[in-house]
Design a protein around this ligand. Sequence first.
Ligand SMILES: Cc1cc2nc3c(=O)[nH]c(=O)nc-3n(C[C@H](O)[C@H](O)[C@H](O)COP(=O)(O)OP(=O)(O)OC[C@H]3O[C@@H](n4cnc5c(N)ncnc54)[C@H](O)[C@@H]3O)c2cc1C
Length: 387
Amino acid sequence: MTDGQRELQELAREFARTELRPHAAAWDEGRALPDDVFAKLAESGFLGMLVPEEHGGLGFDLHTYLLVLEELAWGDASVALSVAIHSGPVSGMILRHGTDDQKHAWLPALASGDLLGAFALSEPDAGSDASSVTTTATRDGDGWRLDGEKRWVTNGRRAGLVLVFARTSADGLGVFLVRPGADGYVVGRRENTMGLRASETVSVRFDGLRLPADALLGDVDRGLVMALEALDVGRIGIAIQAVGVGRAAIEHAAAYALEREQFGTPIGRFGALQAKLADSALGVAAGRALAYEAALAWEATRNGTPRIGPEGVTARAAMAKLAASEAATFAADEAIQIYGGYGYMRHYPLERLMRDAKGAEIYEGTNEIMRRVIAGEILRGSGNATS
Ligand SMILES: Cc1cc2nc3c(=O)[nH]c(=O)nc-3n(C[C@H](O)[C@H](O)[C@H](O)COP(=O)(O)OP(=O)(O)OC[C@H]3O[C@@H](n4cnc5c(N)ncnc54)[C@H](O)[C@@H]3O)c2cc1C
């Protein structure tokens, strides 16, 4: 880490300690994030981390972005999820595939927090198999017409820009820049989620929503490839989100183990509990290391000095998300056990951390799909996933 990165990490840690963590339980209970938390994130520049300075962002590399995102997740996982989707897949796709006009139109507003981004790929019958999307985009004069339904859109009602994946031909998807609110854009049910309860997960329906020609991002019919690329950086972000949650669980458990006494001694002296702390810390540290390794591989590919092939970057991102999310769930589970009966009580933060951690095993590709991606790369025999 450079001195600048260290300072930034400190700043983000302080932000999480003062602005997020004290409110996380109430936000979870109230199932909402207040507007002012987004205003404060925007003020700190945390909504423009991956947007270049020329478009009003901070222009961080992925490594620096991860340093901040881990701290946000340590403070509140719902906030980190919002920031991760807004920054990685949404801003990242526009940066990579947008025309100059599209970049000028959208990136400054995303970087300043005037608009929050959302990513609408999943549908009621299209989850792991994103190629089975049935929302259609049909030519309509110069523009397009969208029909269909999206499910589980994070940042749902708050989003000012939604990247919508829709079928443009029998074997192709297109990606569309959609501003909510127009006729034909219908926000549906807000899901009652197990964890990340402050994050808004909604369904959205398009009833003949009309879009101008410049709503199409990138090449028509290339949307699936673009989605999978965007999910690489998305998954690295989700990995570090899980690391932040896992770290929070370990810290709570360690503090409790030092303070709680049974049999006349702090429970942290018992080998059985030390093993839980050690195994939890091992998993979280490994998840973090994989996330940084995947970030380096991703950056090197973007900078034209690839260390491994593009499929290798995808496999590394999958490894990071797989390892970190399972480590976070494990750490939260073990922390509950260390707290004993108190861990089971909603008054304490561990059960929330466990509910939050579990989400990362599912979204942006389930962990079964992560294993499939990694195994596919091993079987391809390129050495990308094993060296
Ligand atoms: C809190 C939350 C937020 C989300 N936010 C977003 C969002 O912002 N945008 C968005 O587009 N989506 C979002 N999602 C959706 C998420 O990406 C999907 O839930 C996920 O991709 C899995 O799809 P599915 O739920 O339809 O499960 P399915 O694909 O139906 O899978 C069901 C089970 O089958 C397994 N499975 C499926 N195929 C295979 C296979 N080939 N091999 C082995 N096992 C397999 C899965 O791993 C899973 O265990 C969110 C989900 C949650 C829970």
